[in-house]
Design a binder for this molecule. Structure first.
Ligand code: IVH
Length: 699
């Protein structure tokens, strides 16, 4: 803002502030690329609020100040849609045929011949949220309605206004931007959804509220339910606390601008224009030519599905040409020009046959539900984790229950919740409440739950055959020293028959012992000996990772090897020295020290080396002067001695990075006095907050 603004009439000042704030908000919410620090937005926002408060005659509903603070209502009013909100025909065949049948049908219905060119489609993700109709008059949001039965929906305008990604006013041409004129009436249709990280953070807050004794709070089952619940709140301040997002995918009623138009020819162009008007359109939307490209799109999106950040349950194909769409028309409530091609469902119902407790490599006891086999997420599932005692209790899963199981991508299948019968029968008794055993189910050693930890652990260590087996499998896996062909069946036998007590015993096996095992012939015994021989030549990171030290994953093992060069140096390092390694904090350092302070662990290392395990050792990293490397900091408020630039220089000199906005990736927020919204954000995301003194100590 320049000086001259103070000479400008209030109405113009207000208009300019709104325009600037809308532009900033668009960058922040829609493009996910903030152009100014939060503080600058807050400053202008406060200015606008002050001007509006002293000039109520200029207050309009499309002002950025009017997103929150609406009053709660008693009930929703129903609204008849100007144009019905249709549904899409669903293709549940999850093979290529799903796309091919659609293309064949479209070609037939358009009367195309085999020699005619491929039909152009637009392929989009099928977002798993809820449909919304946003009505803009002269570019201003006047009403938002849910789909309802397709003819009549509910007026949820007060809630939708709180969603930052939804423009209260459409972006117009200006400042060199050529944007099609804004129609007199424009209804934008799209999906309200909740991002997975927002969903997790929301549930974390809910858990804390419940733990603090709050009444009437609940954990949400999935992002879609959380989003739907948020949109149907009577009190918009509650909606505002639930982070919602939006993607536009189509139009409802449109009546042209005074200049006429815009006259779209294709669905794709229409989406591009919506983007220019300020609506979020998914970057995954693409044109696809003919069945082959539809299939390629289906497969590509299926691959990316787990990493998208939000849930989708399939893809949608739409004929691109709007003239062809009109020609194809509708059957009952579904357009003939679109189809939804579903992915394999990620949730299914099944019954719990038993609840077992498994012992992991580090002794962790995990309750696992044994299930009647069910096809979910593309594979048959018979086991699903219940995570730990608290989770199992919270979900109150019992033998005989009908449960929802979920398997998303590569993650371990989990029991989401129990489905209670609609009419509980008094004769049908449920199983007993699950309780964690207080002794290890494998070795009967005491199982303890440390204060502040969620897990019970078997205290048997390598005395426990379950832990021994897991330790061997961990050491032998591909990412560690890799003993080809050493799988769980073989390890079970080796341990159960007493052939292996500790890791080095692996290298003392001989052919006779191996050939005597079940399903092992001379040939396979020889192969195993060869694989063991081959595994002896390894690398330091693989060996370190293979030892299975708590908190030492592959990346940490690599950093340790890079930093120290030699195993002996790592084994001798103090906790302080270990913490100089990138990404190693006090917990990992302590765990390493504890491991190498146990004489039996050092003995295992010595014996493995004596058995012939070798690697080439490198040079230690000389400049261990980057204690903050890999860490990202956000500064907020006024620090006692350093100014912004000095703090930034200090962090960067130690190898850290400084960023202007807080996200889950932020390592630390350094807060001083009068810290603002960044501090709130850090607290809500669980990002650690430190003060200047701590920062200095870290450096
Ligand atoms: S187009 C005439 N596109 O799927 C077609 N719908 O049965 C109107 N949905 O609940 C809808 N992603 O909210 C369309 N890319 C997408 C979509 C999508 C999700 C939802 C929609 C509705 C259902 C349609």
């Amino acid at each position: 803002m320049n000086e001259s603004i103070f000479d400008t009439p209030v109405s113009i000042q207000i208009a300019q502030l709104r325009q600037t704030l809308n532009a900033y908000a668009h960058r922040y919410y829609v493009q996910d690329d903030p152009s100014v620090p939060d503080a600058e937005y807050d400053r202008l926002f406060a200015q606008l609020q002050a001007l509006e408060n002293s000039h109520l005659e200029f207050l309009t509903p499309d002002s950025p100040t009017q997103r929150v603070g609406g009053k709660a209502i008693d009930q929703f009013s129903s609204v008849r849609h100007a144009l019905p909100m249709l549904s899409i025909r669903t293709e549940t065949d999850t093979s290529a045929a799903g796309a091919e049948n659609f293309d064949a049908r479209i070609r037939r219905e358009l009367g195309l011949m085999p020699i005619d060119a491929a039909v152009v489609y637009v392929a989009e993700p099928k977002f798993d949220g809820l449909a919304i109709n946003l009505r803009y008059e002269q570019g201003v949001l006047v009403q938002a309605t849910t789909r309802g039965d397709g003819e009549t929906g509910e007026d949820v305008t007060h809630n939708i206004r709180t969603i930052g990604q939804i423009p209260l006013r459409m972006c117009e041409a200006g400042q060199g931007r050529a944007v099609p004129p804004i129609p007199h009436v424009l209804e934008v249709r799209g999906e309200i959804y909740m991002r997975r990280d927002d969903f997790e953070a929301l549930n974390e807050r809910q858990r804390q509220k419940i733990a603090a004794g709050a009444k009437g709070e609940r954990i949400f089952v999935n992002p879609r339910n959380a989003a739907a619940g948020a949109v149907r709140q009577l009190d918009p301040t509650l909606t505002a606390q639930r982070p919602l997002s939006f993607f536009a995918y189509g139009l409802g009623e449109v009546s042209p601008s005074a200049e006429g138009g815009p006259a779209f020819e294709t669905h794709f162009d229409l989406l591009q224009t919506l983007k220019q008007w300020g609506f979020p359109v998914s970057a995954l939307v693409n044109r696809a030519c003919g069945a082959t490209e539809l299939v390629a799109y289906y497969n590509a999106i299926g691959q990316q599905r787990d990493g998208l950040g939000f849930d989708i349950d399939g893809v949608v194909y739409k004929v691109d040409s709007l003239a062809w769409q009109r020609q194809l028309g509708f059957v009952t409530r579904e357009p003939r020009w679109a189809v939804a091609h579903k992915f394999p469902a990620e949730e299914q119902l099944t019954t719990v046959l038993a609840i077992d407790v498994q012992v992991g490599r580090t002794g962790k006891l995990t309750p696992v539900a044994k299930l009647a086999p069910v096809f979910v997420g593309g594979v048959t599932v018979t086991n699903a984790t219940l995570h730990n005692e608290d989770e199992a209790r919270r979900k109150d899963v019992r033998v005989g229950d009908t449960v929802v199981v979920r398997r998303a991508g590569d993650v371990i299948p989990e029991v989401v919740r129990v489905v209670m019968p609609v009419e509980p029968s008094p004769h049908l008794e449920r199983g007993v409440v699950f309780g964690m055993p207080h002794v290890c189910p494998v070795c009967a050693s005491v199982a303890v739950r440390e204060q502040g930890e969620a897990d019970y652990r078997c205290t048997g260590g390598l005395f426990c055959s379950a832990q021994r087996k897991q330790a061997i499998l961990h050491f032998a896996q591909r990412r560690a020293v890799e003993v080809e062909g050493l799988g769980d069946k073989l390890v079970d036998q080796l341990v159960d028959d007493g052939l292996i007590q500790t890791l080095p015993d692996l290298y003392r096996l001989d052919q006779t012992a191996l050939a005597n095992l079940d399903r092992m012939a001379d040939k396979s015994a020889l192969n195993m000996l060869e694989a063991l021989q081959k595994s002896k030549q390894t690398t330091l990171p693989r060996f370190l990772f293979g030892l299975g030290i708590r908190h030492v994953g592959e990346a940490t093992a690599k950093e340790l090897a890079r930093h120290f060069g030699h195993l002996d140096a790592i084994m001798a390092a103090t906790e302080e020295q270990l913490q100089k390694v990138a990404d190693i904090g006090p917990i990992v350092a302590k765990s390493l020290r504890t491991f190498f302070d146990q004489p039996h662990n050092c003995e295992v290392v010595a014996q493995l080396r004596a058995c012939g395990i070798t690697w080439s050792e490198g040079e230690p990293l000389l400049q261990a002067l980057t204690p903050l490397s890999g860490k990202t900091f956000v500064l907020t408020g006024t620090l006692p001695t350093l100014d912004r630039e000095e703090a930034k220089a200090l962090i960067e000199s130690a190898g850290g990075k400084v960023s202007s906005s807080v996200s889950k990736k932020t390592s630390f927020v350094v807060a001083g006095t009068e810290a603002g919204s960044k501090l709130d954000k850090a607290l809500s995301l669980g990002v650690p907050v430190i003060d200047e003194a701590t920062l200095k100590a870290m450096v």
